[in-house]
Design a protein around this ligand. Structure first.
Ligand SMILES: [Zn+2]
Ligand SMILES: [Zn+2]
Length: 334
């Protein structure tokens, strides 16, 4: 049997035939990056390749001096005898699946991905392959996402009610991807202005610079100290919850937007008034559909529920194995 085309090493997922890594966790000579979340795009490598759409986000993550090569969707690159192309993953702006072909064998490393509509990034494109490396963040049957429009309407109604009572609406969400997707999904007209935490504002600007249309926003850091946030929606990262930064808002109503909110109890345990189920990861039905769409005979799983997914797929006759990686540890993108 031939050696695997891609396998984990001390530095990350390595393709020996092409001498490159995909989303390495340690610095390497050549790093092919699926997307800008911290567990996938780590600084320090000599050269990077990623989709053009995510260039601004990638620069912010990797530093202004990083050597970044941009790739167009579907463009063929050659690394020695290995042919590589990037295809949309539908996860966040510029997110890619990486297709690797060598001597007739095709592997796809999908990174994080989702199948639900998202106006802030290109939609997931199923890519036929022999071996599919998939995430397993929400790989349990309980994880099924409601329609995004329904969730956005719920958030809008909650914001409206809070504004009518003079309470600031604070919605915690991951700063890269989720925050921008929420803003794009909120139906207009809004009950009040949108304010952004300092961790969310620059990333939102990167989206606008890439041509993604988003509603107008203000930075909390640029507002006067006596600003009245009574009708405002404030979008902040979960790390801001319980911090002194929150003291400027009177009687804030607190919400959290995350796939984890699908589990009853998570909301109360974490002290939020409201939980909204919205995720930038694939849900259970979407995951199984995607594996079928690729036609892959071999499935390698990463992130979270890797072992559970392997067991499920194995019982259905697929050749499935967990792949040891450091993905999913950053806790910033569910
Ligand atoms: Zn991610
Ligand atoms: Zn990830």
């Amino acid at each position: 049997m031939a050696a695997p085309l891609i396998q984990p090493t001390r530095h990350g997922l390595y393709c020996a035939a092409g001498d490159f890594h995909i989303d390495p966790w340690r610095p390497v000579p050549r790093a092919l990056i699926t997307h800008a979340h911290a567990d996938h795009a780590r600084p320090g490598s000599e050269a990077y390749w990623s989709l053009r759409d995510g260039l601004g986000l990638m620069r912010r993550r990797l530093g202004g001096r990083a050597c970044l090569n941009t790739v167009d969707e579907g463009e063929r690159l050659q690394f020695g005898p290995v042919s590589v192309s990037f295809h949309p993953a539908g996860h966040v702006l510029g997110s890619a699946q990486i297709r690797v072909e060598h001597e007739g064998a095709v592997w796809v490393a999908s990174g994080d991905y989702k199948r639900d509509p998202d106006p802030t990034c290109a939609p997931f494109e199923p890519v036929a392959c022999d071996t599919f490396i998939t995430e397993a963040t929400f790989a349990l049957p309980v994880y099924r996402w409601p329609a995004v429009e329904t969730v956005a309407a719920d958030i809008h109604q909650w914001w409206h009610n809070n504004a009518a009572n003079g309470r600031t609406t604070v919605l915690f969400s991951y700063a890269l991807g989720k925050a921008q997707r929420l803003m794009a999904a909120l139906p207009a007209p809004h009950p009040g202005p949108i304010y952004l935490h300092g961790a969310v504002a620059p990333l939102t600007q990167d989206y606008r610079d890439a041509g993604i249309e988003l509603p107008p926003t203000h930075r909390v850091s640029e507002a006067p100290g006596d600003e009245d946030y009574g009708r405002a929606l404030v979008i902040a990262p979960p790390s801001a919850a319980g911090s002194t930064w929150m003291r400027r808002f009177r009687q804030p109503a607190l919400g959290f937007a995350s796939g984890w909110m699908r589990i009853r109890g998570n909301r109360r345990r974490r002290g939020y008034d409201r939980g909204f189920v919205i995720s930038d990861h694939v849900d259970w039905p979407g995951l199984l559909q995607t594996i079928e769409d690729t036609g892959a005979r071999e499935i390698l799983t990463t992130h979270g529920r890797a072992d559970e997914l392997v067991r499920y797929l194995g019982e259905r006759g697929l050749d499935a194995r967990p792949l040891a990686t450091l993905y999913g540890d950053a806790g910033e993108d569910d």
